[in-house]
Design a protein around this ligand. Structure first.
Ligand code: SF4
Length: 523
C-alpha cells in the first residue's frame, strides 16, 4: 500500500479562515454563543465592565477570557498554565480568543477576580433549560461525591500531632537562629531559606491549633488546606470535600437525547449528608424557580427530621433507611399501635406501654414509653423484642415520629420502589461525567469558598456540555439547518472575496455561528 504524501511545509493558495477550522457543531462554538449572548446587565452582574476603559493599553476581551475558562472546564483543562499552553497551540482556543494568546497570569487574574460571581452563569444555564422546557422537573435526585482537595494526606494532624510538630519546629528555629547569629554577618539582611520556612510552618501550626480549638467536634486538620477533611470514598480515604449535587433528567421527547442537568450544587467539609438535603432542595427550587415534586435520595440523607420538613415543603421524598433490616422485625416500634386517648402504645402481645419520661438524646427531646418488666420477662417474645430484664421494653418517640411512620409506609409501596430505581440513573452518571470525562479527580483551589467557586464553574460547564449535546442532537434542527446553510454560503462568498481583499481582512469576517444568541437570555 503506498503512503500518502507527507509535507509539513505545504502552503495554501487560499488560506482557510480561522472560523473554517472549527466544525459547525464544535462545543467551542456553543461556548462562544453562550458568552456572546450575555447582555450588559449580566456582565455587570459578573462584575465585569464589557465596554472597556477609554484609556490605557488594550486588554483582552472578557468574552475571550470567559470563553477560554468555560471551554477549559468543559474539556478537563482547569489550570491557568495549561490554558495558556492551549491558547498557544489548540485551534478551538485560538478560535475563542480570535488568535490571541493570553498568558497564565492574565487568565488567572480574570478567574480569581470574577470566579465568585460566575455562580450566576450556573443559574443562567439552569433557567435557560427550564425556559426551553428541556428538563423534566417532576423528579430530581440528590447525592454527594467525595473529591480530593489540593492537599497532601500526610499533612493531616490531630491536636497531639500538631503540638509535637510545634515543639520540633520551635527547636529547629532555635538551632537555626543560633547558627545564623554565630555567622555574625553584618550584610545579611534576609532570613535564610530554612529559617523562613520553619517560621512559616510554626505560624501555620499555631493557626491550625487555634482553628481546632474553635471548632467543636473537629479532631484533625490539614496544614495544606485547612478546610479539607478526611473522608471515606470508593477509592479509599481522601483528604477533600463532599460535593453535593441535585440533578433532574432531560425530557427525552424534546431533547432527542438522554442525560441530566445539574440544578443545585454545593461543596461542604462534612462527610455526613443528613444536613445537606433541605439546603439542596431549597437551592434547586431557587435555581429552577419551581418546586420539584419528587426527590430521590439514598439512605445517607435519612433522618427523622428530613421526611417531616419535606412534608411541610410539600415535596415527596423517596429515601430508604440505612437500617432497613431492623424495620422488618415484628417488634419494631412502628408495630406498636398508639392510642391517643390513653397516650399509650399497644405492643404486638397486647401489653400497654405508658408514657414514662422525656429524655434528651443528641440534643433532641424524645418521649419514652415503657411496659412492665415482669410482663415482658414472661412474654414469648422476650429476647427478640427486648433483653432488658429490669426495665422491660421501652420505645423512644421523637418529635417527627409520625411523619417518619408515614414515610416508611410510603417506602413499602411498589410505586416508591419503582421510582427509587431511577435515582442511580439520574445522578450517578453526572458524577461519572464530571470525574471521568471532565477530569475532576481533585479540586485545584484551596479553602472551602474557593473550592465552592471552582465547583460552580464546573457545574456551569457541565450544563453547557449537556445543552450543547441537546443542540447537536437535532432538537433545534430546523433553525440549525437554516443557519448552517447560511454558513456554507458564507464560505463560498469568502472564497470569492479572498481574490479581492488582502488576506488580513478575512479575520474581520465573524464566524457564522449556528447557535442563535437569543437562546440564552438573562434571567
Ligand atoms: S416483650 Fe414486652 S413489649 Fe415486647 S411484645 Fe412482649 S410484652 Fe410486648
Amino acid at each position: 500500500m503506498p503512503f500518502r504524501e507527507l509535507n509539513r511545509q505545504q502552503i495554501w493558495m487560499l488560506p482557510p479562515t480561522l472560523d473554517e477550522l472549527i466544525p459547525n457543531d464544535h462545543p467551542a462554538r456553543f461556548i462562544a454563543a453562550f458568552v456572546d449572548s450575555l447582555d450588559k446587565s449580566f456582565w455587570d452582574k459578573l462584575g465585569i465592565g464589557i465596554d472597556g476603559e477609554p484609556l490605557g493599553a488594550p486588554a483582552y476581551h472578557p468574552r475571550a477570557l470567559l470563553g477560554v475558562w468555560l471551554y477549559g472546564f468543559m474539556t478537563s483543562t482547569r489550570s491557568s498554565r495549561k490554558l495558556e499552553t492551549a491558547c498557544r497551540d489548540q485551534i478551538p482556543y485560538l478560535w475563542l480568543t480570535g488568535w490571541q494568546r493570553p498568558d497564565h497570569n492574565t487568565l488567572w487574574r480574570f478567574y480569581k477576580e470574577h470566579r465568585k460571581n460566575m455562580r450566576h452563569l450556573f443559574k443562567l444555564t439552569v433557567r435557560t433549560a427550564v425556559k426551553l422546557d428541556l428538563v423534566d422537573l417532576a423528579v430530581q435526585a440528590i447525592d454527594g461525591t467525595k473529591i480530593a482537595g489540593n492537599a497532601s494526606r500526610d499533612r493531616t494532624y490531630d491536636r497531639k500531632g500538631l503540638k509535637r510538630l510545634l515543639e520540633r519546629t520551635d527547636k529547629a528555629i532555635n538551632e537555626l537562629e543560633q547558627d545564623n547569629n554565630a555567622g555574625n554577618d553584618a550584610f545579611f539582611v534576609h532570613l535564610p531559606e530554612k529559617l523562613r520556612k520553619a517560621k512559616y510552618l510554626r505560624n501555620q501550626v499555631k493557626e491550625a491549633l487555634d482553628q481546632l480549638a474553635d471548632k467543636d467536634g473537629q479532631k484533625r486538620i490539614n496544614l495544606t488546606d485547612n478546610d479539607a477533611v478526611f473522608m471515606k470514598s470508593r477509592q479509599g480515604i481522601v483528604t477533600g470535600y463532599n460535593m453535593e449535587s441535585v440533578a433532574s433528567p432531560l425530557k427525552t421527547n424534546k431533547t432527542k437525547t438522554s442525560g441530566m442537568l445539574l440544578t443545585g450544587l454545593n461543596v461542604v467539609s462534612e462527610q455526613d449528608d443528613h444536613y445537606q438535603l433541605i439546603p439542596m432542595l431549597k437551592q434547586s427550587e431557587e435555581m429552577t424557580g419551581k418546586l420539584v415534586e419528587i426527590t430521590l435520595a439514598d439512605a445517607g440523607y435519612h433522618s427523622g427530621a428530613n421526611p417531616a420538613i419535606c412534608e411541610q415543603r410539600k415535596q415527596m421524598i423517596i429515601m430508604p433507611e440505612s437500617q432497613e433490616q431492623r424495620l422488618k422485625s415484628p417488634y419494631h416500634k412502628d408495630n406498636f399501635i398508639y392510642n391517643s386517648h390513653t397516650d399509650c402504645y399497644g405492643c404486638p402481645k397486647n401489653q400497654s406501654l405508658r408514657y414514662m419520661e422525656t429524655r434528651t438524646i443528641a440534643n433532641k427531646e424524645v418521649r419514652v414509653y415503657g411496659g412492665l418488666s415482669a410482663v415482658c420477662r414472661k412474654c414469648p417474645a422476650f429476647g427478640k423484642c427486648t433483653k432488658n430484664r429490669y426495665r422491660g421494653r421501652e420505645i423512644l418517640i421523637g418529635q417527627h415520629d409520625e411523619e417518619l411512620r408515614r414515610h416508611r409506609t410510603r417506602m413499602l409501596t411498589e410505586k416508591a420502589k419503582i421510582i427509587y430505581k431511577r435515582r442511580k440513573e439520574i445522578i450517578e452518571p453526572a458524577f461519572g461525567i464530571i470525574k471521568e470525562q471532565m477530569g475532576v479527580r481533585r479540586f485545584l483551589l484551596r479553602g472551602l469558598d474557593n473550592v465552592k467557586n471552582e465547583a460552580e464553574t464546573l457545574a456551569t460547564a457541565f450544563n453547557l456540555r449537556t445543552l450543547c449535546t441537546i443542540f447537536n442532537s437535532g432538537a433545534f434542527e430546523k433553525r440549525r439547518l437554516l443557519i448552517v446553510s447560511m454558513s456554507e454560503i458564507g464560505i463560498i462568498v469568502r472564497n470569492l472575496f479572498v481574490f479581492l481583499c488582502i488576506s488580513r481582512n478575512i479575520n474581520k469576517m465573524k464566524g457564522f455561528s449556528f447557535i442563535p444568541t437569543t437562546l440564552f437570555e438573562s434571567y
